[in-house]
Design a protein around this ligand. Sequence first.
Ligand code: NDP
Length: 341
Amino acid sequence: STVLLTGANGFIGFQITRFLLEKGYNVVGTVRAESKTKYLKEQFSKFASGDKAKLKFAVVEDIAKPGAFDTVLKENNFDAVIHSSSPFFQTAKDIEKELYEPAIEGTVGILRSIHAHAPSVKRVVITSSFASNLNTKKGNWPEHTYTEEDWNPITREEGLEDPAAGYNASKKLAEEAAWDFLKKQEPSFSLTTICPPMVYGPPEQEVTDLSKLNTSAADMYSLFCGQREASNQAWIWVDVRDVALAHVLALETSAAPNQRYLISCGRYSAQQFLDYIWQNYLERAKDKKVSKGTPGKLYPEEGTYTSDNSKSKKDLGLRYRDLDTMMDDTFARFKELELII
Ligand code: NDP
């Protein structure tokens, strides 16, 4: 089977590429510039060389441009598409241009192109986000358990109010537009959306500068460097390797077509990262003046929301890595990157 994966060089995209190749798929990964393929070719050299290479690349400079994916879709005979590329940063100045356009137009654009030019595609999986489930108006919402039924009520206008809201709205509006496309166009492919909350785990994508890590890895690394106090943007998390695997399982499982999955391991607190650093990297913690926070006090008195991941376990057979495994692997990777870079 041949899969088109957009954003193959991203934090999550890298891991999706790995699972696809390990499972024997042929992969065409899209990136924004040719220069971004070098590291991936090296990492996946046993799949990326020779006439029969199982990993190839296509450059798509601007995913928001109409027909951006037409060429790559016409030139290959894809069985499935995984669309993971979308901006994830919380400092946008022009929310329409930097977030809404690539997120929404990128998503609808690729669906339109598949519908028009790639009749061989049977399944499409889109990386959405817990941002499209989360209701920020409800705050910590202690009595609530988030499921696939939850939709963020944020409007396009409300998302323009600040960059964090803008990111949340970009993901919600993109996912909504995808389901809307499916309903109106009735294409011959099915759709599955993957909604992960905070995605942590070892950054194995190309990192040339530790001050430019992807947003969620930077969230942990800044604590490891004593650059901020503990704070939670969301109270639930998942390991990057589990999110990536969920995308691939969604291509394979008979239950997945036309379903939405909340891919969450469960609750966590940034205080757990601080406690871990002080327990396992004591000298560094002192040296970098890592915040102690309030050791052991993980959640606000009132409590927080939780999540229900039973649908993903039942349908996809997903088993989630725990927080300790993730922290072991992530902080070790940060140390390794500090030595390499
Ligand atoms: P990365 O920033 O590492 O990856 C994002 C990918 O999308 C990269 O390939 C990036 O390309 C591409 N991309 C970003 N902006 C654009 C744009 N304007 N035009 C074209 N391509 C673009 O982040 P993640 O791996 O974390 O994000 C991948 C997906 O996962 C996104 O859809 C994100 O919304 C979603 N997600 C992430 C979560 C997390 O905690 N990490 C949580 C929930 C959802 P380039 O390298 O060239 O910038």
